[in-house]
Design a binder for this molecule. Sequence first.
Ligand SMILES: Nc1ncnc2c1ncn2[C@@H]1O[C@H](COP(=O)(O)OP(=O)(O)O)[C@@H](O)[C@H]1O
Ligand SMILES: [Mg+2]
Length: 960
Amino acid sequence: MLLLERELELAVADGVLDAAAAGTGRVLVVAGEPGIGKTALVDATARRARERGFAVVAATGGALEGDFPFGVARQLFEPVATPELLAGAAGAAAPALGLGRVAAEASESGQRALSFELQHGLYWLVANLAERAPLLVAVDDAQWADRDSLGFLVYLARRLDELPVALLVAARGGEPNGAAGEVLAALRALPGVAEAEPRPLSGAAVEAVVRAALGGGAEQVFCEACREVSGGNPFLLRGLLDDLGAAGVRPAADAAERVRGATPAAVQRNVLLRLAGLGGDAVALAQAVAILERDADLSVAAALAALDESAARTAADRLIDARVLAPAHPLRFAHPLLRGAVYADLGVVRRGAGHRRAAELLDERAPDRAAVHLLSTHPAGDPWVIAHLRAQAERALAHGSAGGARVLLERALSEPCTGEERAEVLLALGDAERRGGGGPVAERFEEALAIARGPRLRTRIVRELAHVHWTRGEADAMRALLEDAIRAHPADDPETLLELQADRAAFLQMNDPHAALAPLGRLTERVGPRVERLRGDTPVERRLLATLAFHRVVWAQTSGPEVARLAERALGGGRLLDDVGAAHPAVLAVLSVLQYVDRDADAEAVLEPAVAAARERGAAAELALMLTVRSRLSLFRGLAREAELDARDALAIGDAAGLEPGREFVLATLVAALVERADLDGAEAELAARGASSGEPRTHATRWLLLQSRARLRRAQGRFAEAMEDVGRADRERSSAYGVSLLGRAELALGLHTTGEHAEARRVAVDAVRRATAWEVPSTLGMTLRVQGLVEGGERGVAVLARAAEVLEGAPRQLEHARALVDLGAALRRANRRAQAREPLERGMEIAHRCAATATVERAHAELLACGARPRRPVRTGVEALTPSELRVARLAASGLTNREIAQALFVTRPTVTTHLGAVYRKLDVNAREHLAAVLEPGAKDHHPPSDAKAPGGREAVVP
Ligand SMILES: Nc1ncnc2c1ncn2[C@@H]1O[C@H](COP(=O)(O)OP(=O)(O)O)[C@@H](O)[C@H]1O
Ligand SMILES: [Mg+2]
């Protein structure tokens, strides 16, 4: 086909292709009115790409396709996605391509991350493809593309500049609204995006087209008239010429008037006249193709047109000759405007009936395609339609398209649909809306609950609604809901009742432990006689044990060792994780319990494989969550740098995936870790970046943790009054919600001490030690003793500090041990016992150094100087000079991962990894990754020191 007057546009396209071939991917947006020549330009660009050795993947949006989950992505990648290409992070894309199902995780943040994960997976699929040859990704008629795929296109476009990939997106200008409009605007706003807008053909070009069609003798006035009517739009021009040709008009000057009598609208409509001239079979087949759109296989189209196959084939040939249909398989119109004209002419009723029949015809071979047609039918209370829409909605969810499921279910609701069925549809719709992150979720569930009668269905709805309340922090509504449900629960089903009760306790506990107290108390009473006998043999038992263990930690009931036994049984040797997945509140409860009772190694044994698995699957939400927990654990253990790295990763992944929950918790860890690292400016900057430098952090159950971290920063900055204010608030919030925190109490005592309220400080500290003694966990006792020693001062203080150091000696909290030693040394120095002071100071400095706890190292160093010693600063190795990201990359590289695998694991692009690694080599003076492991500190390989390297704990935070 001849392409006239597109030199400029093709030059732009060439520029984009050249850049991509050179490794810098770019976006080309082609926009323009229908018929102006966008598709022709896309085709020409694809040809030129192939000539340059590009691989090309292409897709076209269709008028019916907007709600088909990942439709465009599937067109693009289904033909090329081999298992090999889907290796690694790209595997996360499998559900989107219909090649796998997504995990049935239901938490709000989890699902929001899911679309991120699918996009991330598709991105890696593209990256893998581009590994072999430069790649052109071409999407035509993007105004009709589905929302999921459009989201992916933007995701890809943002990361394109580091891939040898050209992304070509063509869409109708002006017209696109909704998702497509937003996406085009987003693409256009990207730096370096190229744009092409095919112009109307000039008089000369129109002449050339007319003469090619109607003969070289066409007169200029006639051609001029053709240009006027078509406005230089090549589609309209060709249509006009087809009409004139069919009517036998000669292209002479005297026919110009007749040409001028036509209008663009008439030219479009004329296809119907042309069609009528081709006979009844052709009309019927064309109408069938208009209805089927992308699904117009000859046999299906024939069936829909009620023709036998040979008649259909003859009709198809006629239509192709008349240039109504394109010579293609499956059948399709030569241009979407032609389809539009035929489709519009069918009228609403026949269209609806046609789609209903099309759905039936497609149901066997392509049920998801059938759903596309059902969406275009009219509500008629048809049970087959409702059942089908529901089944397809479920399927869409499994393939990662909450949006797709939502559309289907909304359509199902608009059928006359009543009773239990309506409740079920509402339940599913609310679920889809929650997963997609939008819509009146709670109202859906509430309406469902108002309709539903069956106890099992009601229980399911109650659970979902409770979860919504939970994630929104609506503790009162949640409690009321669960209590009503428990009251109304039929007595003949005690197991479900127990589960509801366990849920109530678990949800309340995480949200508002104070409120959880009474129900949990009653629950404990009920199973009370059994608690000691609960062995964690069933899922309910394990969940119950987790909740009970957490409960006892929060309220410091019984003793640490006792609680540790409950936690162990809750874990059930890993079965708890198999029951509920890593991200369940019960798992989080057990993990925090283990940290409170000095069972760090057990917590790590759960976390390490969970982190690795989440990395491998590219499960962003889960990974962010596991890193959040692990950074807290590291902080506890005193591994300041580990804590910093994990917290930074968790925040970065959360940012990328748009996760909200848990941010304040990670931020609290990060700030505390940075204070340990003596990076006070860094800590301040992190707070400022998230609007938490002053005042109340946003409402969240763990807000007190952030207040506590901020207090530590303020104290390190010497801003004691502000520190006291935060610490006081943290203690009040913590105590009112969770009962007394011994660590919080210790912090409070320190705050009171630094602001001169010595007597009160002493009272608080002594009380904390008393409670810690009963709790029987060495770390907790040691930490409270250290604070008491500081607060007491004098000879008595020295004695208490010595005792603290002794207690901490054997506890898995190295940094806390180091701190006690340094405080002891400092106290001895103040008591003029300088010689005695040196030994604890030196040991403290050594241990703190191993923890990368710069602040404590500095203190020890200063104290040693004051003792008249000439301390050698622990050697700063090159590793210290690495930034957090460089260190993380270096460690993964040392553990044997390739750059690609590192990029996938960290959710960054490969060139980013290359850059970091370059810096690592430079700073460590290493020239190959084989040598990295040796240079990085021992234990770095598995990115946590081996568990026998007993490490210290952030003094702060947690604890009973
Ligand atoms: N530059 C051109 N010169 C000649 N014919 C063209 C040109 N651009 C498009 N056409 C023809 O015009 C018709 C409509 O073009 P198409 O690319 O399908 O438009 P769009 O995709 O913008 O709706 C096609 O038959 C095509 O072959
Ligand atoms: Mg087109």
